[in-house]
Design a protein around this ligand. Structure first.
Ligand SMILES: Cc1cc2nc3c(=O)[nH]c(=O)nc-3n(C[C@H](O)[C@H](O)[C@H](O)COP(=O)(O)OP(=O)(O)OC[C@H]3O[C@@H](n4cnc5c(N)ncnc54)[C@H](O)[C@@H]3O)c2cc1C
Length: 240
């Protein structure tokens, strides 16, 4: 089997998403396209030869050589501050991928889909939601998006557009609820999860993505609510 090669990636555009996150659109000659939900690896090489590699989910999907990523800065991190604050259009990075065959959505799967995101965990789920909207399929989709406060949400405007196109969204604000919000700030409870997501009787596929602690507690909660573990797919971004 041939190993996936590192490919040079030309940074086309950078767009702020929040005060601490931005999207990067890369032009990657030789890129084979990606399935909704896949990720890639980025490799940075310093002048003295020191190298760092990290994984980033792909917000775009489908064929073509343009790849969209969204990076949320981890304050004391090594790679994300560089990607969020330093990288400019015209710069080159190296990428390897697409990677991952498990945390993907396939258009021919008729199952209802429940997406559950914490923070930057929205990225692969947005790719899945975009693919569902583009496919025009009719199966029920829902998104539950947990963020610290409204200004921390990535792609909020696009998510509202997707809501209008048939992907109802529930917002959970963990630290600061927006003015007039019917829900006080706080982590999602088991009772809320049960009320706000597709029930086990409809046998949805559930995709959960975000920081490790968020993914583990949410996956435990949906299984406790009666969803079979094999219908629950998780992707952990690291961190608390
Ligand atoms: C499959 C996969 C897909 C990913 N996709 C994305 C993506 O689309 N967008 C994105 O922004 N990140 C994504 N990540 C996380 C990303 O790979 C890095 O871990 C993240 O950018 C931090 O890297 P860093 O070098 O800045 O921090 P590091 O130097 O690696 O870590 C510094 C400190 O921050 C903590 N930390 C590491 N990661 C996180 C985190 N995510 N949240 C909170 N604390 C953390 C560490 O425990 C450590 O204490 C993904 C991770 C995986 C495994």
């Amino acid at each position: 089997m041939t190993a996936t090669p590192w490919l040079p990636a030309h940074v086309e555009t950078v767009t702020p998403l929040t005060a601490h996150a931005r999207s990067l659109v890369l032009d990657v000659p030789g890129w084979t396209g990606s399935l909704p939900g896949q990720h890639l690896d980025i490799r940075l090489t310093a002048e003295d030869g020191y190298r760092a590699e990290r994984s980033y989910s792909i917000a775009s999907f489908g064929p073509g050589e343009r790849v969209e990523l969204a990076v949320d800065e981890v304050e004391d991190g090594e790679v994300s501050p560089y990607l969020v604050e330093e990288v400019r259009p015209g710069d080159f990075l190296e990428v390897k991928g697409p990677l991952g065959q498990y945390f993907v959505w396939r258009e021919d799967d008729p199952s209802p889909v429940q997406l559950i995101a914490g923070g930057s965990g929205i990225v692969p789920l947005l790719s899945i939601a975009r693919a569902r909207a583009a496919a025009g399929t009719a199966q029920p989709f829902r998104l539950l998006y947990s963020v610290r406060s409204a200004p921390d949400a990535l792609y909020a405007d696009e998510i509202e557009e997707l809501r209008a196109r048939g992907i109802p969204t529930e917002w959970i604000h963990t630290r600061l609820a927006p003015p007039g919000s019917p829900r006080a700030a706080g982590r999602v409870s088991l009772a809320e999860l049960e009320r706000l997501t597709i029930p086990p009787s409809e046998r949805p596929l559930i995709y959960i993505c975000g920081p490790t602690a968020f993914v583990e507690s949410t996956a435990d909660a949906v299984v406790a609510a009666g969803h079979p573990p094999l219908r629950v797919r998780t992707e952990r971004f690291g961190g608390a």
